[in-house]
Design a protein around this ligand. Structure first.
Ligand code: NDP
Length: 502
């Protein structure tokens, strides 16, 4: 096999799968059972990486390492300045390794290489931001409780955190959670998706190189239904942060109830692009095409529904179609392509099922609908359906593919009812030139993240999370940091206490 840096520099496929072990207690971990999982690139159909399939015994070892590292204070009781230094050093190493990390991300996920690189560098920025936050974790004082009483509120790390991540943005989603948990002083066990574990494993070694004490971050690879479930169940874990499907999120929540773990959930979305008649239609069309094509629609904040004023519906749909006609779908290692592969056969079949159901419904197929799985390479072209029944599956369910459902509205109230008429509430975009209309819409729409005249943008300063079945809690920003803390309130008696029995 050629040397790794040569492969990365040439954007070539490896000759044989590159193996990365688990990471527990500050060291590579071989695993208690010798079962390897080989990952084929979903864009090329060839084996590219391999990892260990962990047993519950491996998971127990990881939790025990994290528990010990938390309880002896090797991380939580360090001055925050030192924690911040480790996070900053990690960011620097991520930047230095960006090409290699992006290459692995593309091989396992099928997303375009330039997009992977952007996500890795964006993630480095999140680590830098979280390093700053580490130094402002603080509580509160209450000097207003009378002559003889003083109040303190301490903000302390929640303890051992289990982080379960999905396959759509493996490195970025982890970076929206892990540096915040570490900034708060927690120790962590990470369970990445079995389809995309390598960049998470490589990050663990970068953390060690950056000076993170042993046992503070541990990574266990394996099946979600086995080790993910065991992590959510584990009595020595104090909090679970899960990102993925709503159905697994529900089972994680049930498992967490065993020892009343704190729970953070970021789940599905069915996010509306709400376009009013006065919007800049060219701007909106470009963003709508991007919002459904980005990451091949496998994105929790994809703008997968277009809710548009009837007077501009036909014109806007035509402009979206014209933008999508220029989108190139194909090999993610080829810089000319905008959209890469669908992550795996199961997800590909799910998307195709929705497209077939759409063709058979009363909806009108405007463009796309083509797909290919030849040679275990999975591609779907961005697809638009008009006249979609707002109560049907195309408009109600998270497809997690590049499929846009268009429904017109006549009044403001109808637009809001359509936007809110799904079980999810993750994100929404509003397109209008009318300030008052924009303000009224953003007040009324139920979504954790709202974009006005833009879509799928933003940095770590603002929180992310969902209303309704899109989740519980928030990630990123100071709110994200606070999720990984517990509050302790303290009353201090000053002078003699008034006696119960005088
Ligand atoms: P899942 O929700 O099944 O997987 C997400 C993560 O949870 C993975 O790490 C997975 O591990 C793990 N997991 C699976 N089962 C359990 C369990 N019982 N207990 C604890 N952890 C578990 O998503 P899928 O990959 O199966 O995708 C299915 C659908 O979910 C998509 O079509 C999409 O609609 C939605 N989804 C939403 C995401 C979002 O960002 N909101 C992200 C990904 C998917 P493993 O990989 O080993 O199964």
């Amino acid at each position: 096999m050629s040397n790794l840096s040569e492969l990365v520099a040439a954007s070539r496929l490896p000759g044989e799968p590159i193996h990365t072990p688990m990471f527990i207690g500050g060291k590579p971990w071989r695993g208690s059972q010798d079962e390897r999982v080989v990952r084929k690139s979903p864009a090329h159909g060839v084996a590219v990486t391999s990892t260990q399939r962990a047993s519950v015994a491996d998971l127990d070892a990881a939790v025990s390492a994290a528990r010990q590292a938390f309880d002896d204070g090797r991380w939580s009781r360090l001055p925050a300045e030192q924690r911040a230094t480790v996070l900053l050093k990690t960011a620097q190493l991520i930047r230095e390794q960006a090409d290699t990390l992006a290459w692995f991300e593309t091989l396992e996920s099928g997303k375009p290489l330039a997009q992977s690189r952007g996500e890795i560098l964006g993630a480095a920025g999140i680590w830098e931001y979280a390093a700053g936050l580490a130094r402002i974790v603080h509580g509160d004082t209450h000097d207003s409780l009378g002559e003889r009483m003083f109040g303190l509120v301490l903000r302390q790390p929640v303890g051992v955190v289990g982080i379960i991540t999905p396959w759509n943005f493996p490195f970025f989603i982890l970076s929206e959670r892990l540096p915040f948990a570490l900034a708060a002083g927690c120790t962590v066990v990470v369970k990445p998706a079995e389809l995309t574990p390598t960049t998470t494993l490589r990050l663990a070694t970068l953390l060690a190189e950056a000076g993170l004490p042993e046992g503070v971050v541990n990574v266990v690879t394996g099946l979600g239904s086995v080790v993910g479930q065991a992590l959510a169940d584990h009595p020595d874990v104090d909090m679970i942060s899960f990102t993925g499907s709503t159905s697994v999120g529900q089972s994680v929540m049930r498992a967490a109830a065993g020892n009343m773990k704190k729970v953070g959930l970021e789940l599905g979305g069915k996010n509306p692009q709400i376009v009013f008649a006065d919007a800049d239609l060219d701007d909106a069309a470009d963003a709508i095409a991007f919002g459904i094509s980005f990451n091949a629609g496998q994105c929790c904040v994809s703008g997968s529904r277009l809710v548009v004023h009837r007077s501009v519906e036909a014109e806007l749909v035509e402009r979206v179609r014209a933008v999508l006609a220029r989108v190139r779908v194909g090999d993610p290692l080829d810089a000319a392509n905008h959209v890469g592969a669908i992550v795996e056969a199961r997800q590909f079949a799910k998307i195709r099922g929705y497209i077939e159901a759409g063709r058979e419904s009363q909806a009108q197929l405007v463009c796309g609908g083509e797909s290919s799985s030849e040679g275990e390479r999975y591609f779907v072209s961005p697809t638009v359906f008009r006249h979609v029944d707002p109560r049907g599956a195309l408009a109600q369910e998270e497809i997690f593919g590049p499929v846009l459902a268009v429904t017109p509205f006549d009044t403001f109230d109808e637009a809001v009812a359509l936007a809110n008429g799904v079980p999810f509430g993750l994100a929404a975009s509003i397109w209008t030139r009318d300030l008052e209309g924009a303000m009224q819409s953003l007040r009324a729409v139920q979504a954790g993240r709202i974009w006005v005249n833009c879509t799928i943008t933003g940095g770590p300063e603002l929180p992310i999370g969902g209303f309704k079945q899109s989740g519980i809690g928030r990630e990123t920003g100071r709110y994200g940091l606070e999720e990984y803390t517990e509050l302790k309130s303290v009353h201090v008696q000053l002078g003699a206490r008034a006696r119960w029995m005088a």
